[in-house]
Design a protein around this ligand. Structure first.
Ligand SMILES: *Cc1c(COP(=O)(O)O)cnc(C)c1O
Length: 425
């Protein structure tokens, strides 16, 4: 039996309609920006393995540091106990985070980092004895697949079976170019409610919603409006963190800093699952009390997993070297040059970029959405040519590990162009 046949017998895959999906590709090895399958075929990982990979696959330094940690202390309960990797990681994250952030709460993935943020914001108000239960969020957002994450995300085909079970959220338009005023005025109206606990957003780029981008200026305006009404602002940096947007955090593009920041994906360099939620001191302070009921009763068995923290620390070491941001700037410049070259292609509705993210919106007769049937065709087209690009409906994007070579970027651009030429015919 092949690995795929054994897989089909026992495994249920995420975001996959098993009945019609092609058999999964069996990956046996990773190195730098490459994957190798069980037939020995090499693929360029053009999407950083669902946006998590940062320094490349099977990085020897990360492997060494994680393996050293494993033989000293692999994991320890984190309530009533602490350990060096968790403390040092919090210290080093806070040095990189905006100056108003002062505490780190650990969990184990992006969705849980969002749950923690939402619960912190709700309980902040509850602890102050002014309970507020409404959340403001952007239309078209994505914040994970747990119930809190689904509630604040876009209401769409993915959460339709659960729609009645999701909590109350005021969705406002995304302030994309030309829609800034609409978004600002929707926020103004939403802030008239006096029971708004928080405003959650993906800063500057909505990832799963189709790499939809908007300006730092307008987000600054929205954050300052929330601040004036004492509404807690939550930046979900699960995708945008760790260099993706050209700066360490997307919040580094902003003048007004969010109160809470969610991190995961690139946090460990893409090696181990880990989530972290940072918050400003005033939020933490609202939980300090002689009243036990004001405790933040949240935790996971693997909170601050020691090995995952050591992976994140090793990744931070690599970020401290000049090469990390030199690579990010190199990718950014190459993306910009290709964008200029391709932008008026007749198969494109739009092409947009922020930092290392380059997205192409392809013309299609179908209504644009994630379930667009062009997606499977795009995946196959690129896989045949040794590239992994998994589009979001008709939105195709390149979001590579930062170690990718110029040559591999050029090859991906050439295949993108080939694809567009074929579409444009
Ligand atoms: C991926 C993602 C999440 C969910 O993270 P998981 O680790 O997949 O649970 C949440 N928010 C954003 C912005 C994401 O891109």
């Amino acid at each position: 039996m092949t690995l795929q046949e054994r897989d089909k017998k026992v495994v249920w895959h995420p975001f996959t309609q098993i009945k019609v999906a092609p058999l999964p590709i069996a990956i046996v090895r990773g190195e730098g920006a490459y994957f190798f399958d069980d037939q020995g075929k090499r693929y360029i990982d053009g999407i950083a393995s669902w946006w998590v990979n940062v320094h490349g696959h099977s990085h020897p330094y990360l492997a060494k540091k994680i393996s050293e940690q494993l033989s000293v202390l692999e994991h320890a309960i984190f309530s009533g106990f602490t350990h060096e990797p968790a403390v040092e990681l919090a210290e080093r994250l806070l040095k990189r985070l905006p100056g108003n952030q002062s505490k780190i709460f650990y969990s184990d993935n992006g969705s849980t980092s969002v749950e923690v943020a939402l619960k912190m914001a709700f309980q902040y108000w509850s602890n102050l004895e002014i309970p507020k239960t409404k959340v403001i969020a952007f239309e078209n957002g994505y914040h994970g697949d747990t119930f809190g994450g689904m509630s604040v995300g876009a209401r769409n085909a993915f959460n339709m079976p659960f729609s009645k079970l999701l909590f109350d959220v005021i969705h406002i338009p995304v302030p994309v170019k030309g829609k800034e005023e609409e978004s600002v005025s929707a926020l103004k109206n939403a802030l008239l409610h006096d029971d708004v606990a928080s405003f959650i957003f993906e800063p500057l780029v909505q990832g799963a919603g189709g790499m939809v981008m908007y300006s730092a200026e307008v987000l600054d305006q929205l954050i300052s409006m929330c601040r004036a009404k004492k509404v807690i602002t939550i930046a979900d940096e699960v995708m945008t963190g760790f260099g993706r947007t050209g700066k360490f955090f997307a919040a580094d593009h902003l003048q007004h800093k969010p109160d809470i920041i969610c991190m995961s994906k690139g946090l460990t360099g893409g090696v181990m699952p880990l989530g972290a939620t940072s918050c400003a001191q005033f939020i933490y302070d609202a939980f300090l009390s002689d009243d036990k009921m004001k405790t933040f009763f949240h935790g996971h068995s693997y909170t601050a997993n020691t090995t995952a923290c050591s992976a994140a620390l090793a990744s931070m070491d690599l970020f401290d070297k000049p090469e990390a941001f030199e690579n990010i700037k190199r990718i950014e410049a190459k993306h910009t040059a290709f964008l200029q070259e391709i932008k008026s292609h007749k198969a494109l509705i739009d092409v947009r970029q922020l930092g290392t993210i380059l997205a192409f919106e392809i013309k299609t007769p179908e209504h644009t959405n994630y379930l667009n049937s062009l997606a499977e065709y795009i995946s196959e087209f690129f896989v045949e040519r040794g590239i992994i690009l998994r589009p979001l409906g008709n939105i195709m994007y390149i979001l590579p590990p930062y170690c990718i070579s110029d040559q591999d970027l050029d090859y991906m651009y050439s295949v993108v162009e080939l694809f567009l030429n074929e579409q444009g015919e």
